[in-house]
Design a protein around this ligand. Structure first.
Ligand SMILES: [Cu+2]
Length: 332
């Protein structure tokens, strides 16, 4: 038995041992005991059985290490690990994006395992052996192969694109009237939140909170109510982002954007600007609080009663600078 064959047996069996469970690896040892027909055969078999027995122990050790690693990995697979890095979701719409995220990772793992597996297999299967010619036979102008590795990536991208558009459509659809509306203004470098509650009998007035660099604003939302966000910018492009919504939308001067969301998990969450908008972009933060309806009503009323009643509109200076076409007679 040549050195190359021994290495191959070890590779094959160790690889097998790592994949299968420890109880199954016991089967790699010879269940019949050593055979003794002829000296040469006995020698060969005893070498092989000894080798297998040794490999079985090595395999068991590796399988134990593998199992421990897997257990550790699984232990990390609760909470954020199970969501593959996503924060806990806080809206009814978030699973659209969450499922897309998980699905894409599963697709990536499957394709990755296939590619790594094929690389490993070809490295071992087609390794250079004694007596081989210097260069192996080259495969070129192989039309079916070339078609395969051109079409398969297109197919993968097509499937991912299909599910991306599906999730996006579900996230930006605005069906029916919302339960409440919040008009948001992004300004360098904070946020203004206008609660449009004039027609809400429990509140009866609009109220606002203007954030500053020194004091980040709080955004209060009632749980399980559909909120319509209307986004406007007073200066440059910002992006309204609540990571736990798994969603963000650009805030563009002169181009109002809008989206609906139903917060469904009581708690406090981070919000931020996701578009590099200038010197203090990184400080353009806010805190979102999902609270009960009573608490929400009380917070908005408290704002109105402490001098923040009414809506804050875009500063006139920014409206003048918006690229809105003027009627012809005004341009003279
Ligand atoms: Cu910004």
């Amino acid at each position: 038995m040549g050195w190359g064959h021994t290495v191959w047996y070890k590779c094959r069996e160790v690889a097998f041992c790592v994949i299968v469970a420890p109880s199954v690896t016991g089967r790699l040892e010879n269940p019949m005991g050593p055979r003794t027909e002829t000296l040469d055969e006995r020698h060969l078999v005893s070498v092989e059985v000894a080798g297998k027995s040794r490999l079985g122990r090595v395999g068991r050790r590796m399988a134990t290490v593998g199992s421990a690693t897997t257990l550790l990995a699984l232990a990390g697979c609760s909470g954020q690990g199970a969501r593959l890095g996503l924060p806990v979701a806080s809206s009814a719409e978030a699973p659209n994006m969450g499922n897309l995220w998980i699905g894409m990772w599963i697709a990536a793992f499957i394709i990755g395992a296939l590619v790594w597996g094929l690389i490993g297999w070809s490295v071992i299967r087609y390794r250079r052996r004694d007596g081989d010619i210097p260069a192996p036979r080259q495969t070129k102008y192989h039309l079916p192969l070339e078609l395969l590795y051109t079409l398969v990536p297109f197919l993968i991208i097509g499937v991912l694109f299909f599910y991306t558009v599906k999730a996006q459509d579900a996230l930006i659809q605005q069906e029916g009237e919302p339960d409440l509306t919040v008009n948001v203004i992004g300004q360098k470098w904070s946020w203004t939140f206008n609660y449009m509650e004039e027609d809400n009998p429990a509140i009866g007035t609009n109220a606002h909170e203007v954030g500053t660099l020194q004091e980040t604003p709080d955004l209060y939302l009632p749980v399980d109510k559909k909120v319509r966000f209307n986004l406007n910018s007073a200066d440059v492009i910002h992006s309204f982002w609540v990571p736990s919504f798994y969603f963000k939308l650009d805030v563009i001067p002169g181009h109002p954007n809008s989206f609906d969301v139903t917060p469904n998990r009581i708690g406090s969450y981070d919000g931020k600007c996701a578009e590099l908008c200038g010197t203090y972009h990184s400080l353009m933060l806010f805190k979102m609080h999902i609270v009960s309806e009573d608490e929400y009503n009380a917070k908005v009323l408290e704002l109105a009663e402490t001098g923040n009643a009414g809506e804050v509109l875009l500063p006139q200076s920014s409206v003048n600078s918006l690229p809105t076409p003027q009627p012809e007679e005004d341009q003279q």
